[in-house]
Design a protein around this ligand. Sequence first.
Ligand code: NAD
Length: 494
Amino acid sequence: MQISCPNFIGGEWRTLRGASTPVFNPSTGEVIAECPVGTAALVDEAVQAAQAAFPAWRDTPPVERARVFFRYRQLLEANFDRICQSVSREHGKTLVEARGSIFRGLENVEYACGIPSLLMGDTLENIARGVDCETVMQPLGVCAGITPFNFPAMVPMWMFPVALACGNTFILKPSEKVPLSAVLIIELLEQAGLPKGVLNIVHGGREVVDALLTHPKVKAISFVGSTPIARYIYETGTKNGKRVQSNGGAKNYIVVMPDADVPKTVEALSTAAFGCAGERCMAGSTALTVGAAADRLLPTLVDAARAIKVGRTDRPTPQPDMGPVITAQHRDRVMSLVAAGEKEGAKVICDGRSAKVPDAPNGFFLGATIMDQVQHGTTLAREEVFGPVLNVMRIDDLDHAIEQANKSAFGNGAAIFTNSGKAAREFKHRVKAGMVGINVGVPATMAMFPFTGWDESFFGDLHIQGREGVQFYTQQKVISTRWFGEGVGDVWKK
Ligand code: NAD
């Protein structure tokens, strides 16, 4: 039986008949649900519901709004395994990876619980004689979030907890490839006592996105996805007068110095490159090995990559080390990029293209793949692969490694593995990326820090998460106050 995938509008779960797109279990290739294709008319209904719910939610004291998120946190914890299983089933992450991602989401809910403190403004007494000044942070109104396939629950949780805690109402458009975990976590939010209409889900694709980008009552758009769409969202949203934070794709470099600890670096590099089957915007997809580092590192790295067990993730046991990629088309795209790399002179030193999973012959599997001697300017050096493929570029010295990393059009993450404080200091100071790791392979930030992509990895001014997230979802009002006279009655000393 297929899993239901309803829209959620004005507090009503609605299963609509009509156009839909298939949701796959990538471990088996089976269709497990149909995702409805929403329309501009449905978006308008959702916006009207969110607009109607806004005044009462805005005027709910921040401590009361926070209490909804304290209850929500408990419900998420109580249903933790169910959510992880849903993520593993529709996305293909292993249960361990799904748990890690839900923890990251949960931390955003915990951050939202602190909203009374986060919304406190500044005051200055006596800016002029008898005049005081204060700032207050007020919500914007109806906000919308459009999310990618690679973190079905975590990325929505980057957005709606803080947006709602700030007093906004929200419309979520999950990825049509993985809409089921989003439905599950919003059912729990409803159980936590969120009033009707405060959060709405409209499923679909481009028509829904365009309707949100152009609707006059939508005040702000948060987007996470690929760079071409991120740019489109930013340009269209801002042209229509909206505040936009738009996260795009990435290509993250990991510099390995000759003095790096080999076992620890191999472990971190394998996780960074092959974790979540490489479908992470913070994947460490290119190793820049400096000098003798390649010869010290590669034999152990290849052994580690060959030992990664690929398999289905849709059952609690046994669990593999790595699951499938999201669709058959995506697997084919990754394979064609590897083939293009080979043609352009890179050497396949670990080949995962023929990975087979006997009990799931129709799953979308790929094994860990390592491409050595990738050259600057080639397809593999330029494109985001978004699969379990690690490129190795051999570089003579640290200066050239930093130069190579800085040639990237993207600017999400970068890391260095070294025992030299001087090399690490040089790297962190000069590298052109928003999130930097020193002996940390995936320096993705936690809820209290902004997720600081640069260049083609981010379009906008205020990033998702942390204080920037709170600023994005609020507008400041500065109030200057002076009181005349002495009021009614004889209260002052004569
Ligand atoms: P995608 O850009 O294809 O889709 C993202 C969202 O945009 C989905 O909801 C989709 O329905 C919608 N969309 C797709 N095409 C559209 C169009 N033509 N017009 C309007 N809307 C459209 O991305 P994806 O494949 O789901 O996710 C993978 C990408 O997301 C990778 O590039 C990855 O690096 C990126 N990503 C970035 C971050 C970050 O924080 N920078 C985090 C996670 C994922």
